[in-house]
Design a protein around this ligand. Structure first.
Ligand code: IPM
Ligand code: MG
Length: 358
């Protein structure tokens, strides 16, 4: 029987609660589909700072590299907000992305039929269907560019640098085009080429790569316009290809269209294919420990892991179907409306498992 080794980084805040539910679901799925999963827990973020003094211990990187894939909850919280920049939990997250070479971040924003009522957008705006794949560059740009502080004529200043090389743009563009070929065959490359030189190089490079994909329709959009179009006419988008920082912002926006940021999964992929899977939301310290967080984004991240890293697409479909079904009956508080049974985080996990076992 196939056995997979998964590194588990529960992280901070609601991280442990949502990851526990995702593991429950993965175990039931494994049993149904005839494979086994072994988990190796390790530290990242605030909990790693507390236990080991750094947000990303060496051991964590080693365990993730040794695993078939990595599942992450969320990192950060007020307790560590006053730490210096290189000792913040977020630095651990950026560090593990870099250490594992995870340059491609896939963030699908889809609307589950059963969750249409939870979208803040009117039904006529959402239109027939909504299935956007945000492809965000994850190990370059302003997140990793040169930064610093200085003093100019006695005035304090700080700077961060947005820099992209052609190979960095090429490899993320290829991911977007390859995905588009399996989907709606449309790529919208989002930049700020009317202002930024790095965006102009981005556009030129994407245009070149597009020549290898004659079947894919390529369009360009400035990021401010894209932010607007996402709420004006979201169904015009198939694959949205963009930089690290623009992807960070646009994926939060796209997630809300689908009802709740608690619903959006993500996959971070590199050359090795093992990948790291995490919900796109944060550690939500305000609701941590209350058993009210929505575990579905993490559960759906497990589905993405099964599809993109473990070669178990049927298992992934099973989970997605089960999630879609539970939403017709039960909701966590973030997506609850009149007429549905309100459930806790653990109950939501149980409900998904129950649908899987049917
Ligand atoms: C995300 C998060 C992270 C990011 C933070 C926590 C560093 O917002 O994964 O979207 O900006 O990449
Ligand atoms: Mg973000």
């Amino acid at each position: 029987m196939k056995n997979y080794k998964i590194a588990v980084l529960k992280g901070d805040g609601i991280g442990p609660e949502i990851v526990n539910e995702a593991i429950k679901v993965l175990d039931v799925t494994a049993e149904k589909c005839g494979f086994t999963v072994e988990y190796e827990e390790t530290l990242l973020g605030g909990c790693a700072i507390d236990a080991a003094g750094v947000p990303l211990p060496e051991e964590t990187v080693a365990k993730c590299k040794a695993a078939d894939s990595t599942l992450l909850g969320a990192v950060g919280g007020p307790k560590w907000d006053t730490m210096p920049g290189n000792l913040r939990p977020e630095k651990g997250l950026l560090g593990i992305r870099a250490a594992l070479g995870l340059f491609a971040n896939l963030r699908p924003a889809r609307i589950f039929e059963s969750l249409r009522d939870a979208s803040p957008l009117r039904a006529d705006i959402i239109g027939g269907s909504l299935d956007i794949m945000v492809v965000r560059e994850l190990t370059g740009g302003i997140y990793f560019g040169e930064r610093g502080r200085l003093e100019e004529n006695g005035v304090k200043a700080a700077y961060d640098t947005e820099k992209y090389s052609v190979p960095e743009i090429e490899r993320i563009a290829r991911i977007a085009f390859d995905l588009a070929m399996k989907r709606g065959k449309k790529v919208c490359s989002v930049d700020k080429a009317n202002v930024l030189e790095s965006s102009r190089l981005w556009r030129e490079t994407v245009t070149e790569i597009a020549k290898d994909y004659p079947e894919v329709e390529l369009s360009y959009m400035y990021v401010d316009n894209c932010a607007m179009q996402l709420v004006r006419n979201p169904s015009q988008f198939d694959v949205v290809l963009t930089s690290n920082i623009f992807g960070d912002i646009l994926s939060d926006e796209a997630s809300m269209i689908s009802g709740s940021i608690g619903m959006l999964a993500s996959a971070s992929l590199g050359e090795s294919g093992s990948g790291l899977y995490e919900p796109i939301h944060g550690s939500a310290p305000d609701i941590a420990g209350k058993n009210i967080a929505n575990p579905l984004a993490t559960i759906l991240s497990v589905a993405m892991m099964l599809k993109y890293s473990l070669g178990q697409p049927e298992a992934a479909d099973m989970i997605e179907r089960a999630v879609s079904e539970v939403l017709t009956e039960v909701r966590t508080p973030d997506i609850w409306v009149e007429g549905f049974r309100k459930v806790s985080c653990t109950e939501m996990g149980d409900e998904v498992c129950a649908r899987l076992s049917k």
